[in-house]
Design a protein around this ligand. Structure first.
Ligand code: TRP
Length: 334
C-alpha cells in the first residue's frame, strides 16, 4: 500500500504550553510513528509575518518552536522538519493557486470574517488593519499542503475550513485541466482535540494567561502550578478528584496506579490543596525534565537546529520541485 503523506504546519508563536504538548504535539508525533504514514512538519514562518512585526521576536519564536518539537521527540531522521521560508517553491505554487481562487472563497474564510466583524463592531471600517496576508492566508496554506501531494492534514477544528479551501482550489485546477494535477487532501481532526484545562479551569490558552509554558525552569514551574484555582475546602475535608483542575492535569500524565493513589487521598480527606499541587508539580516535573534538558541544549546551540532545518529543507525541496514542475507543465508555464 502506498504510504499516506501526512503534513502539518506549526505557526511560530513562541514556546508551546502543556496544552499544546498534550493536545497537539504528542498526538501528531504519535501519528508520525505509524508505519503507513510519511510525516512532514514545517514551521509556518511566513504565516506568522502577518501578525508578528518584530524581527527578533519572530526569529526567537521560530527557534523555540523547532526546539520544542525536537525536544518532544520528533526524530528528524524519520520525520521531515523544515522552515516554510526555506522552500521557495511554496510561494510560486501560491501564485499559481491565486489565479484559480475565487475572491468570494476568501471572503468566506472564518479568520478574515472574524477580523472584519470585529472592526465593524468597534465602529471601524470593515478592512481596518486587515492585510492581504490575512486575506489570502488560505491560499498560502493550500500551497503548503498541495506542494507535497499531501493526503492527510492533522489540524485543530479551527483549521478545517482552510483544508477544505485547499480541496476546493485543487479541485478547480484538476477540473480545468481534466486531469489529476494536484492531490486532494483530507483534514484529520484527531477526534475531539483533547481540551486541556488551564490554571483557572478554562481551556488552557496563552491568550487567557492560564497556561503552563512547557519548558519553564523548575522553580517557575512550581510557582505556576501553585496558582491553580481550587475551591475553598479545608485540609481535613474529603475532596472530589473529578471536579478539580489539579487532578485533571495529573490524570493526563500519570499512570493508572498513580492516578488511583492520588484519587484515594482526595477522597480520604486530610490532604490540602497545597499538597495536591505539590504532587502534581513533582509528577509534571518528572515528565518534563528530560524534554526540558533537550530543549535547553538545543536553544544553547542553535547551529544544531539550523543544520536540522537546512537538511529538512533540502529534502523537502526535492519533492516540492517535482510537484511544481508538474503543475507548471500542466498550466503551460515554462
Ligand atoms: N494555519 C495553521 C494554524 O494557524 C498553520 C498552518 C499553516 C498549517 N500552513 C499549514 C497547518 C498547512 C496545516 C497545513 O495553526
Amino acid at each position: 500500500m502506498k504510504k499516506q503523506i501526512v503534513l502539518t504546519g506549526i505557526k511560530p508563536t513562541g514556546m508551546p504550553h502543556l496544552g499544546n504538548c498534550l493536545g497537539a504535539i504528542r498526538p501528531a508525533l504519535h501519528l508520525a510513528e505509524q508505519q503507513n504514514c510519511e510525516s512532514r512538519f514545517f514551521i509556518a514562518d511566513y504565516h506568522s509575518l502577518n501578525t508578528i512585526r518584530d524581527a527578533d521576536t519572530l526569529r526567537a519564536y521560530i527557534y523555540e518552536v523547532a526546539a520544542s518539537w525536537l525536544a518532544a521527540g520528533l526524530n528528524p531522521d524519520k520525520t521531515l522538519i523544515y522552515r516554510q521560508s526555506d522552500v521557495p517553491e511554496t510561494f510560486e505554487l501560491a501564485t499559481i493557486l491565486t489565479a484559480f481562487t475565487a475572491k468570494g472563497l476568501m471572503n468566506r474564510a472564518h479568520a478574515y470574517k472574524a477580523a472584519a466583524a470585529l472592526n465593524v463592531e468597534g465602529g471601524q471600517p470593515e478592512d481596518h488593519q486587515i492585510n492581504m496576508g490575512l486575506y489570502t492566508y488560505p491560499i498560502l496554506m493550500a500551497a503548503d499542503i498541495l506542494l507535497f501531494d499531501t493526503n492527510l492534514v492533522p489540524v485543530g477544528k479551527d483549521q478545517v475550513q482552510h483544508v477544505e479551501m485547499a480541496q476546493d482550489i485543487a479541485g478547480v485546477i484538476n477540473y480545468n485541466y481534466k486531469k489529476d494535477v494536484l492531490v486532494i487532501p483530507e483534514a484529520l481532526t484527531t477526534g475531539e482535540m483533547m481540551a486541556i484545562p488551564g490554571l483557572d479551569g478554562r481551556k488552557m490558552s496563552k491568550s487567557y494567561d492560564n497556561h503552563i509554558p512547557l519548558f519553564l525552569p523548575e522553580k517557575q514551574l512550581r510557582k505556576r502550578i501553585m496558582k491553580i484555582v481550587t475551591n475553598s475546602q479545608g485540609v481535613e475535608e474529603a475532596k472530589n478528584p473529578d471536579a478539580c483542575t489539579i487532578f485533571a492535569l495529573y490524570k493526563l500524565i500519570a499512570n493508572e496506579s498513580e492516578q488511583h493513589a492520588l484519587a484515594e487521598r482526595y477522597r480520604a480527606g486530610g490532604m490540602g490543596w497545597g499538597e495536591a499541587k505539590q504532587e502534581l508539580f513533582e509528577r509534571l516535573n518528572a515528565f518534563l525534565s528530560p524534554m526540558r534538558e533537550k530543549y535547553d541544549a538545543l536553544m544553547a546551540d542553535r547551529s544544531r537546529i539550523d543544520t536540522i532545518l537546512a537538511d529538512g529543507a533540502r529534502r523537502a525541496r526535492e519533492t516540492a520541485q517535482r510537484t511544481l514542475s508538474r503543475v507548471r507543465k500542466a498550466v503551460g508555464i515554462g
